[in-house]
Design a protein around this ligand. Structure first.
Ligand SMILES: N=C(N)NC[C@@H](O)CC(=O)C(=O)O
Length: 374
């Protein structure tokens, strides 16, 4: 069989897109709840209302609803430094292009989803891996901060689910201020973990550091990729973000913004705790389905994110992935999360949890079968 050449995690995810047993991407693919289905049924009305209002108003209401849902009350919405993009990756590309005009090196959390290092390298930036334990254990080394123009952190991290605490964020922002290093946060998974709902913007705005935050509505709700990535900046980020945003976008769809607002309001009305219980139930299903298999365990016991890593002992994640594919079941081998040292991921898979129980259960039975025969 011709050797399959897969260049990044998203290409692994593309291979899975048409399978009913796609547990590869971290996008929300569970069934709509009843209240979410009512919002979708109301789309014609949403369309008419969004069309009749000034786009800026629609955007402000959507951002306030979403960030307010997640505890981000000190967000600078309305201050000309919140940029709505079609996705968080578009927001990241705009940030990366702006950053590349002012600096050369970025300390990037390791491991993390590989489209982040790929986007940063794609604009010519050099990357220095920032191991999670180094990030979480205390102040960053001065030598590191003196060698980069930006520290880029995914929190909660993907795939580990580790969250930067309020105390750690305050200390990290203070260090970045002292060294005049930009602090960038990708908060795409924040919706799943209440530990990430402290007011990050209050901490950042009072820190004195230059900062950028990328918010992503795309991981929470099954809206068929109708989502917004917000790029939010400090008052004076020292980056041409507005200029590069205008090079790429005039703005995002008022209909999508209005949809995000309605889903955020539904989440505030009990939907978010329900979602947390749903993901926790799926995490328990995964761990129960694989219980008792020799050398199989779960490295991220404290994670609340909508993904779960499975450690496979000496089994090769690529071989397991290939065998699962023969059963039309897809997950993610973890090598490419370890963008600076892929072998660290040789024996781990990532399972997507934002899926309905039936396909998740069927895929777990297939995974248990494959692991029990290796
Ligand atoms: N632009 C890209 N590559 N999008 C894929 C990304 O959203 C998937 C993801 O983040 C995850 O599966 O965890």
């Amino acid at each position: 069989m011709q050797e399959l050449q897969v260049n990044n995690l998203t290409e692994f995810e593309c291979l899975a897109l048409n399978s009913p047993l796609n547990l590869a991407d971290g996008h929300a693919r569970q069934a709509l709840t009843a209240s979410q289905a009512r919002i979708i049924d109301d789309l014609p009305n949403l369309f008419a209302k969004a069309a009749a209002r000034p786009p800026e108003e629609v955007g402000l209401d959507a951002c306030r609803a979403y960030l307010g849902l997640l505890g981000q009350h000190s967000h600078p919405v309305g201050d000309g430094r919140v940029f709505a993009c079609y996705s968080s990756s578009v927001a990241m590309e705009i940030f990366a292009r702006a950053l590349a005009q002012t600096g050369e090196s970025v300390a990037l959390i390791h491991p993390t989803f590989d489209n982040i290092p790929d986007i940063l390298r794609g604009v010519g930036l050099n990357l220095v891996p920032l191991e999670e334990d180094v990030l979480h254990d205390g102040d960053l080394p001065r030598a590191l901060l003196n060698s980069v123009s930006c520290v880029f952190v995914t929190t909660p991290n993907n795939p580990t689910g580790r969250v930067v605490s309020e105390e750690r964020l305050r200390a990290l922002a203070a260090q970045c201020a002292d060294h005049d290093v930009i602090l960038a946060l990708d908060t795409s998974f924040r919706g799943f973990d209440p530990r990430a709902h402290f007011d990050h913007y209050r901490v950042l705005e009072s820190s004195g550091c230059r900062w950028v935050v990328i918010e992503d509505t795309g991981k929470l709700w099954p809206t068929l990729e109708l989502k917004i990535g917000w790029l939010v900046t400090a008052r004076e980020p020292g980056l041409p973000v507005a200029k590069i945003y205008s090079d790429i976008l005039l703005g995002s769809s008022p209909l999508v913004l209005a949809l995000v607002q309605r889903f955020a309001e539904d989440a505030a009305d009990g939907g978010l705790p329900d979602l947390h219980r749903f993901i926790a139930g799926n995490r328990a299903l995964v761990r129960q389905a694989l219980a008792g298999l020799p050398d199989v365990d779960f490295p991220d016991l404290d994670s609340r994110a909508s993904v779960e890593r499975v450690r496979l002992g000496a089994r090769s994640s690529l071989e397991v992935w290939s065998t699962l594919r023969e059963h039309n079941v897809y997950m993610l081998p973890c090598q490419k999360f370890h963008w600076a040292d892929p072998h660290e991921g040789d024996h781990m898979l990532r399972v997507a949890l934002a899926r309905s129980a039936a396909p998740l259960g069927e895929a777990m039975r297939a995974l248990r079968f494959v692991l029990s025969t290796r």
